[in-house]
Design a binder for this molecule. Structure first.
Ligand code: CU
Ligand code: CU
Length: 288
């Protein structure tokens, strides 16, 4: 039976408590920091040679889908009733509502050093010391809404601009493409200033602090954000009659992207799985 991922804004007190408890246990076991390391290891960009899998590439969506499944599996080993909640940032748009409450992710960082002081992941609680990918402090940081230079979360119509595109991705399959669902959702753009961060990328900017860089997994908000991104892929498939992942075939030898992206039936490192095998997850989980 498929399990259900719920909207973070609808979780009961018990569901929140069990989700938090499972996350803290995965952290205590040392498994959580392995996820942070893995995301760091796969944070390559357009300019680099070699295969890009997690970002700035078609496999942005299947890579994170599998990454989320791995974390969710670790959580469910601790408590089999737990599933990843998602944060609908088109609806929950301020720093005082879900998921930023004391009983879920805790709130904003303080002004002086952006340190998160409330909730289960506050450094002072002693259960969430950041060990990987930070230079100072070991404490979780956030700057919700970017107080010095405020930005807004993406809106429903921003998201709609991605969802309405009937093509999954287009050549040259990187951060420069202006068409295709994948990059319209991932959110690289040539616009100026804050307009250059769209949908997925813009949410990382809005949260700020730990969520800004390659070690963004250090903030548990990463998972709730990416679960909502994953839900958009499902919605997009439904809207466009089961439209498929692209490219279907690997770019040929003369192509600049030859061996630099993952085609539909190629293995998606570091796993032994293809984008094709990750397109339909209906037997594993569904979204409420
Ligand atoms: Cu990522
Ligand atoms: Cu992300």
């Amino acid at each position: 039976m498929a399990y259900v991922r719920k909207d973070a804004g609808t979780l009961t007190a018990t569901e929140k408590r069990r989700f938090v408890r499972a996350l803290l246990e995965v952290k205590r076991r040392g498994e959580y920091d392995e996820f942070v390391r893995m995301h760091l290891a796969y944070y390559s960009s357009d300019g680099e040679r070699g295969l890009r899998t997690a970002h700035m590439a078609p496999s942005f969506l299947p890579w994170h889908r599998r990454f989320l499944l791995d974390l969710e599996t670790a959580l469910r080993r601790v408590d089999s009733a737990v599933t990843l909640p998602y944060w609908d940032w088109t609806r929950d748009r301020t720093a005082t509502v879900a998921p930023w409450t004391e009983d879920l992710l805790g709130g904003n960082g303080r002004r002086s050093d952006q340190q998160v002081m409330t909730g289960p992941f506050a450094y002072g609680q002693g259960n969430w010391t950041i060990a990987v990918g930070v230079t100072d402090g070991g404490f979780l940081t956030r700057d919700l809404g970017r107080r010095r230079d405020p930005i807004e979360l993406p809106t429903t119509s921003d998201l709609e601009r991605a969802l309405k595109d009937p093509v999954y991705d287009v050549a040259p399959w990187d951060s420069t493409v202006t068409r295709g669902f994948r990059n319209r959702l991932e959110g690289w753009s040539t616009g100026r200033g804050s307009a250059s961060w769209r949908n997925h990328n813009r949410v990382h900017r809005w949260v700020g602090g730990a969520m800004l860089g390659a070690a963004s997994v250090n903030d548990p908000a990463f998972w709730l954000h990416h679960a909502f991104v994953d839900l958009q892929w499902y919605r997009w498939q439904r809207r466009h009659g089961g439209a498929r992942y692209l490219p279907a075939k690997p770019p040929g030898r003369g192509d600049e992207q030859h061996r630099r992206i993952v085609a539909r039936h190629e293995k998606l490192p570091p796993w032994d799985v293809t984008p094709d095998e990750l397109e339909d997850i209906g037997r594993i989980y569904r979204y409420a």
